[in-house]
Ligand binder design. Structure first.
Ligand SMILES: Cc1cc2nc3c(=O)[nH]c(=O)nc-3n(C[C@H](O)[C@H](O)[C@H](O)COP(=O)(O)OP(=O)(O)OC[C@H]3O[C@@H](n4cnc5c(N)ncnc54)[C@H](O)[C@@H]3O)c2cc1C
Length: 430
């Protein structure tokens, strides 16, 4: 049961972004309520971290817990071309000889729960099994939330509705993007209309020593799609394929109009022999899951008494595993803005959104590298053989070091072969 009627901050959604913001605000002595609709930890996609998450984990007091976990260590990412040729692994320690160059591959049900437990230890009131139906506004100002205890759509819980007030409302609802939808802030990234199919395997080949926990990114033969392979605990491997929505789903419907996701997945795997070989003898653990239209961004990051973080603000693309990092980073930046706002008793859009331009600038670096990846005749191997001086910049971006180092110097040379879309600045009103 919710214990208070008026909180300093209400955080909606208990994923990595929400836990991060809630923890850091509570650590400064403010009372924080976090509402998560799932009653129990559940399967989620998005399992590979990048090194720059280290600094947020450090502030959260999570490093010891992660070190003690059974999550595989990730030292690198390795790409495979459409002909099956492997590039040298991009080892993060090549540009960063520090313990932060090593990160983890996580099972999300366990990882998200660890972050929530940590939030609770640090003073956050965590309520699971509570769905927020909408954010309440008085004019432009967010003043609270309307919640439903129990599952949405469940008849009994429909009567179980209450209103809770809070000074600041943090939306970390992921792709549900509660405020984004309520205020119609979201725009689909026009050139990234993608879909993905994924599952877990048990067994399968793993490389040795330093490479055992590496993320592999493998193009299929015609470069129409690509696979990830992410080693997980319990001898599991997460495997997923990403491609244009039309190519992967729309144009592949059966005669009865239905989709056979298993068949499509297997057809794509057939075009990716290095991965198929690695999965020989491995057991698929659950039916293929499907997701689409996941690349979008909100036009605003904050308003009066509200702020958006993680996927609730936007998501780019799975390719460089930047989603969790951006969720943690925006959670951290927003928490600092909220704490400053309390100190000055100023909860205006300008104050709460003060981190927005800087946050978006880092996101833009990832965005450009995503567009390079999807440029059909661009190859990292060729680019680096022509511009070996840019290796450091690329490893920095793959590590997530977009806020600590200047990485933009690689883009003028890259733009000679890649199209980069115009940057999208934040707007101040709807
Ligand atoms: C195919 C695919 C592969 C990906 N692979 C990777 C990867 O390898 N590495 C990586 O870093 N990222 C990856 N991502 C992205 C990553 O999954 C997300 O960026 C990340 O989960 C965002 O965290 P979040 O906290 O913002 O949102 P989420 O993790 O989605 O958490 C949101 C939480 O809010 C809760 N919620 C939603 N609505 C409500 C409501 N109304 N009331 C209460 N609670 C609510 C949800 O139950 C959920 O727990 C991938 C994404 C896709 C689509």
């Amino acid at each position: 049961m919710i214990t208070n009627e008026n909180y300093d901050t209400i955080v909606i959604g208990g994923g990595p972004a929400g836990s991060t913001a809630a923890t850091l605000i509570a650590q400064q002595g403010y009372n924080v309520l976090l509402l998560e609709r799932d009653a129990e930890p559940t399967f989620k996609i998005g399992e590979s971290l990048i090194p720059a998450t280290y600094w947020t984990f450090k502030r959260l007091g999570m490093l010891e817990k992660l070190r003690a976990s059974h999550f595989p260590l990730k030292f690198s990412v390795q790409f495979f071309t459409r002909t099956g040729k492997a590039t040298n692994p991009f080892y993060f320690f090549e540009t960063n000889p520090h313990e932060s160059a090593v990160t983890w591959q996580v099972l999300r049900s366990e990882f998200d729960q660890m972050l929530l437990d940590n939030a609770e230890e640090k003073g956050v009131e965590v309520q699971r099994g509570v769905s927020v139906r909408k954010v309440l506004f008085e004019g432009d100002k967010a003043v609270g939330v309307v919640v439903q205890n129990g599952r949405m759509g469940d008849e009994k819980s429909k009567q179980n509705i209450e209103t809770i007030h809070g000074t600041v409302i943090v939306d970390s609802t992921g792709q549900s993007s509660l405020i984004g939808r309520q205020l119609k802030l979201n725009t689909i990234e026009p050139n990234l209309k993608k879909a993905s199919l994924f599952t877990h395997y048990e067994g399968g080949h793993r490389d040795e020593r330093l490479d055992e926990g590496a993320t592999l990114i493998l193009h299929t033969e015609e470069k129409d799609s690509w696979f990830w392979s992410i080693p997980l605990p319990y001898n599991r491997t997460s495997v997923g394929v990403v491609g244009e929505l039309d190519y992967l789903l729309q144009n592949r419907r059966e005669q009865d109009g239905k989709l056979n996701a298993q068949k499509i997945f297997e057809e794509e795997l057939e075009k990716c022999q290095p991965l198929k070989l690695r999965l020989e003898g491995a057991k698929q653990l659950f039916p293929i899951q499907t997701t689409k239209d996941f690349s979008y961004r909100a036009s605003r990051i904050a308003g009066d008494n509200w702020v958006l973080i993680g996927d609730a603000f936007g998501f780019l693309d799975p390719v460089y595993s930047t989603g969790l990092f951006l969720a943690l980073k925006s959670g951290e930046m927003a928490a600092d803005a909220v704490v400053e706002a309390f100190k000055d008793n100023d909860f205006s859009q300008t104050r709460l959104g003060q981190f927005g331009d800087m946050f978006v600038e880092g996101m833009e670096a990832f965005r450009k590298l995503v567009y390079a990846f999807y440029t059909k005749d661009f190859s990292f191997a060729r680019f680096l053989s022509e511009h070996p001086e840019h290796l450091g910049g690329i490893v920095d971006i793959l590590s997530g070091d977009v806020y600590r180092r200047d990485v933009t110097h690689i883009f003028p040379d890259m733009s000679k072969t890649c199209y980069f879309p115009p940057e999208v600045p934040l707007t101040k009103s709807t």
